[in-house]
Design a protein around this ligand. Structure first.
Ligand SMILES: [Zn+2]
Length: 349
């Protein structure tokens, strides 16, 4: 692949990678970074490139090619892989559901084991399933993008445990057999850390921990404090680099706990109160978010997108980003409006 990372850099401006790292450390930046922590692959892009989910997950070059479009087509100032949260669970023996359409983001078909007994932590994790392919894709991206941050995405421990045990069962277990939930979640930490550190060694600049099931919307604030926070914290302690902790839904009630995990940056969804998140995280973690991905980005007008971006900026986020993975239905045009809105605001903050 051709080296490219200069198209958006004007003389005197920070390069995207410098701007990202400064923003994460809450240092002064020339303007806000605008990027996506989570997947930003859309159906329109897949059609354009004729690279669909199954192609991207069977060939590291195609995976890197599709990931590059977050920068080259959408204008986001970061790229990252993979595009779903199924890679780790598949290594644990779970089946991947590729969906009905070529553009569907893969998910996990639940197996529903209930106890850690009988579940083996796979040996040689880094050599299994699609893990080597994702690591190769990171190396390709790191070689291609000198000045643009490359993200490696891993699943959070509670979410991996929820895949292994089946979400419904884990919710019941959390009441009846909380110790089992803890054991199952603990079991996931070391392999995720090993995977994340391998991503960093292969050239990733930061690790995104996608802990979608640990949302306060799903397990409540008490559930997060008991079943997710200690393990997010332990995982983050083991990752030798910058970390972005992403949790979906309304996490207003758990922001303090998320800050205490030690993550460098918290990626928050549109339902989370960004102002509150910014207030409680100053000096401890950067806040990234929280543009709505459910309605505004896929279905909103250009004006809706602009207003939504301005809402996040006014709340004081350090990095403007979609609140979650972008829906495959999102038009390229709306993302470009999001990016241009941030750039046009410039440094007046
Ligand atoms: Zn999310």
């Amino acid at each position: 692949m051709r080296k490219t990372s200069k198209s958006y850099s004007v003389r005197g401006e920070l390069k995207p990678e410098e701007r990202f790292f400064k923003a994460v450390k809450q240092l002064k930046v020339d303007r806000l970074p605008v990027l996506s922590a989570n997947s930003a692959v859309t159906a329109e892009i897949m059609e354009k490139l004729q690279i669909f989910m199954k192609d991207a997950y069977s060939d590291s070059k195609k995976m890197a090619e599709l990931a590059s479009t977050a920068y080259t087509i959408l204008g986001f100032e970061a790229v990252g892989v993979p595009f779903c949260q199924t890679v780790e669970a598949e290594v644990f023996g779970l089946d991947v559901d590729w969906g009905k359409k070529k553009t569907t983001i893969p998910t996990i078909s639940y197996r529903g084991d209930v106890a850690p007994e009988g579940i083996d932590v796979p040996e040689n994790f880094l050599e299994r399933g699609r893990v080597p392919m994702v690591l190769d894709a990171i190396e390709i991206l790191a070689e291609r993008f000198d000045d643009v941050p490359v993200f490696g995405r891993v699943i959070g421990p509670f979410s991996l445990a929820s895949h292994i045990a089946n979400m419904e069962k884990i919710l019941r277990m959390s009441i009846k057999k909380p110790k089992l939930v803890v054991e199952l979640t603990e079991m996931c930490i070391d392999v995720i850390a090993e995977y994340a550190n391998a991503m960093l060694e292969r050239g990733a600049d930061a690790i995104v921990i996608e802990n979608m099931f640990a949302s306060a919307d799903v397990i409540g604030a008490k559930g997060y404090a008991t079943f997710a926070k200690p393990f997010d914290r332990e995982l983050i302690g083991k990752i030798r680099g910058t970390t972005i902790l992403h949790i979906c839904g309304d996490c207003t009630s758990i922001i303090e706990d998320m800050v205490e995990t030690g993550a460098s940056c918290l990626s928050i969804d549109s339902k989370t109160d960004a102002k509150h998140a910014v207030e409680v995280s100053r000096g401890k973690a950067a806040i990234m978010g929280n543009v709505d991905t459910v309605y505004t980005l896929p279905f909103g007008s250009e004006k809706d997108v602009r207003n939504e971006v301005l809402r996040s900026v006014e709340a004081g986020v350090d990095i403007v980003a979609p609140g979650c993975a972008i829906s495959p239905l999102t038009p390229i045009g709306n993302v470009r409006v999001m990016v241009e809105t941030v750039r046009s605001i410039g440094s007046e903050r």
